[in-house]
Write a protein of this length. Sequence first.
Length: 259
Amino acid sequence: MHLVDLWLTRSLSMCLLLQSFVLMILCFHSASMCPKGCLCSHSGGLNVSCSNANLKEIPRDLPPETVLLYLDSNQITSIPNEIFKDLHQLRVLNLSKNGIEFIDEHAFKGVAETLQTLDLSDNRIKSVHKNAFNNLKARARIANNPWHCDCTLQQVLRSMASNHETANNVICKTSVLDEHAGRPFLNAAKDADLCNLPKKTTDYAMLVTMFGWFTMVISYVVYYVRQNQEDARRHLEYLKSLPSRQKKPDEADDISTVV
């Protein structure tokens, strides 16, 4: 019985020692995988915080098990294609307060289905590719950007979840219609379908062109008629100005004889 107790005690000690060793290895592994300048912690998954890290681009060595990723308050200017493609567990992505101007078409490929929150507010985004947010299920924050309101932006917002709320927070810095500048995009979209403007503009241009040609033809016909009338009038006046033909004496005598 004493041997059994001793064996159990040693086994329990070995298990605790092994568990501590495994935890230490895991912690060391996570710490070693943490991108330079970032802090990594475990709380409901791996949280990677790279806020205020003076980053000029998105790190390419992000741990695949990242769940929360904070890249706010840096100097990032673009989001390249498939930069997050290996982060299949990513739920929160914060890219606010950067200098982002460009978002490539496939920037969120691999995480569009899993993301729950995407923060792109307070950047320099004017426009994005119409497919940039395709299949994105996240609640997106894209306010405080110098948006150019046009057909592409209208298509982008229609494809996003929570479209109404997102569109209501987008202010048109510039627009294809000058009167929409400075107004919320949602109000601009109510006033006019921005995707139909090019067609309407083309139709208007064609109408103006046709009217111009029609005016030219009418003007030419009027000019031609007036010119002919003027020539006819001059010719008539010329005929009237000619002296009348006088009868010869022999012609008068012949007439008298016949009578």
